[in-house]
Design a protein around this ligand. Structure first.
Ligand code: NAD
Length: 473
């Protein structure tokens, strides 16, 4: 029996079958989580459907108050939640706290965003307006790198817009969202937010379920395509936030010693398990050697270990599958004879899924480490000497999530930004995100948008109403 329960219709629901959750810092089982049965999925969908009419009938400000109360509940339990998140995800405790507080911030911010009514025509003859109505029951499916924050990127707008929900976290990191489900019982009306967990079979059952109106998915591009194919059967709406292979372009006028640290964290925060981590770093040849030295020197000062321990800045890779994928790319680099500026040697006898920070010295553009999304702490540092060439290389990817340009000359950086085929471009920073700022992947990095007004409207369906004065004789 699991020690955690799902939340369906505001009640604790356990399951005879369970999935085992591993602490990635030790490789040791941490807890059992329920493996939701098909009947329980039906119950969760029915609960969300039943709760929908009353929830949508509430005023915006009433729903906003509920979101704020939920935010306060997360914030007042941040210590417990952060410890749990670190134990299942691996990230340092401070970052786990930051993630939980981020989820609270998203909830309270969404409470105040106004969904506009568009006036199309307002004449003596007719008034025409377009309203944005909730869709119904939304399923959120989230990944293991930010199990809490990325779930609330879906929960906050979906509920704000008047939908009810089923949320399914990753089987690798189900515990913190299950605990949050428990904490929010009695805060969010029964059935409005149902949290279910399960193994690999559950996701496809959710996307195929006829009682669900929309799927909002964050995960890999390969899975995103399966989600879209499954949703096509009954034309469910989809929002897909998928993989990325973000390029950073570093111009020769930067202050190398200052940006080295920022560039390091751009690539390696959360042990590089961020969809918008810098995954290819293009450095102008004039400063390549100096930057390579500075970033490698800095890398050697950063401590990797169990995120629950003080002073640890980088945790393990989150799961064995991902660990093996990164090791495979590392082995390919070795087989091709690439040089490592730092790292490159995995201590196989060490418990947990640790891969040292590895920086590869100018590998060929078509090598796997440049072309694939490793989603782990291995970064190719690449040389360029011509802006047209580097823009072409940055854009030569099926992905188009985000990118960054680093320069003292804002105009030069903006000119490059305008040529990048990505949904976000940062200049002299990365990963600045906000509930008020659109986040969308170009090309195979996604479909639709999260955050900002556009992201909120993805949880609505437009309805145009025209009123013509009644004719009288
Ligand atoms: P994943 O695609 O393996 O899994 C994501 C979620 O989908 C999990 O909850 C999983 O159980 C579920 N799932 C798996 N197969 C399914 C199916 N057939 N139908 C429905 N659901 C299914 O991704 P992951 O390994 O958890 O996350 C890493 C990937 O996510 C990386 O590619 C990363 O770039 C991407 N990511 C993207 C963003 C973004 O906002 N664009 C954010 C974070 C992560």
């Amino acid at each position: 029996m699991s020690t955690y329960s799902m939340t369906i219709a505001g009640k604790a629901v356990e399951s005879n079958e369970t999935i085992t959750v591993i602490n990635p810092a030790t490789g040791v089982p941490l807890a059992e989580a329920p493996d939701c049965s098909s009947d329980q999925l039906d119950e969760a969908v029915a609960a969300a459907r039943t709760a929908f009419p009353a929830w949508r009938a509430m005023s915006d400000s009433e729903r906003g108050e509920v979101l704020k109360a939920a935010a306060a509940r997360l914030a007042s339990n941040v210590d417990e939640l952060a410890r749990l998140l670190t134990s299942e995800q691996g990230k340092p405790l401070d970052e786990a706290r930051f993630e939980v507080m981020g989820a609270a911030y998203w909830l309270s911010s969404l409470a105040d965003i106004v969904i506009p009514v568009e006036i199309n025509e307002d004449t003596q003859e007719r008034r025409s307006e377009t309203r944005h109505l909730p869709l119904g029951v939304v399923a959120g499916i989230s990944p293991w790198n930010f199990p809490v924050l990325l779930s609330f990127w879906k929960i906050a707008p979906a509920l704000r817009a008047g939908n009810t929900m089923i949320l399914k976290p990753s089987p690798f990191t189900p515990l913190t969202m299950l605990r949050i489900g428990e904490l929010l019982r009695g805060v969010i009306p029964d059935g409005v937010l149902n949290i279910i967990t399960g193994g690999d079979a559950l996701g496809p059952k959710v996307t195929a379920h006829p009682g669900i109106d929309k799927v909002s998915f964050t995960g890999s591009t390969a899975t995103g395509k399966r989600v879209m194919a499954s949703a096509a059967a009954d034309l469910k709406r989809v929002t897909l936030e998928l993989g990325g292979n973000d390029a950073a372009i570093v111009l020769p006028d930067v202050d190398v010693d200052v940006v080295a640290k920022d560039l390091f964290w751009a690539a390696f925060r959360n042990s590089a398990q961020i969809c918008i981590a810098t995954k290819r770093m293009y450095v102008h040849e004039e400063i390549y050697d100096r930057l390579a030295q500075a970033i490698s020197d800095y890398a050697r000062t950063v401590q990797m270990g169990d995120g629950a321990q003080q002073g640890i800045a980088l945790g393990p890779v989150q799961n064995r599958q991902q660990y093996e994928r990164v090791v495979n790319i590392l082995d390919d680099c070795k087989a091709q004879g690439f040089k490592f500026l730092t790292g490159g040697t995995v201590e196989v006898d060490k418990p947990g899924y640790f891969i040292p920070v590895t920086i590869v010295d100018n590998p060929p553009e078509l090598s796997r480490v440049v072309q694939e999304e490793a989603f782990g702490p291995i970064l190719p540092l690449l040389k360029f000497n011509d802006v047209d060439d580097v823009v072409a290389r940055a854009n030569a990817s099926e992905y188009g999530l985000a990118g960054s340009v680093w320069s003292a000359d804002t105009d030069a950086a903006l000119a490059i930004a305008a040529r990048l085929e990505t949904g976000t471009v940062w200049i002299n920073e990365v990963q600045h995100l906000s509930p008020f700022q659109a986040f969308a992947g170009h090309k195979q990095s996604g479909l639709g948008v999260e955050n900002g007004l556009g992201g909120l409207l993805e949880y609505t369906i437009p309805q145009t109403v025209t009123v013509r004065a009644a004719k009288v004789a």
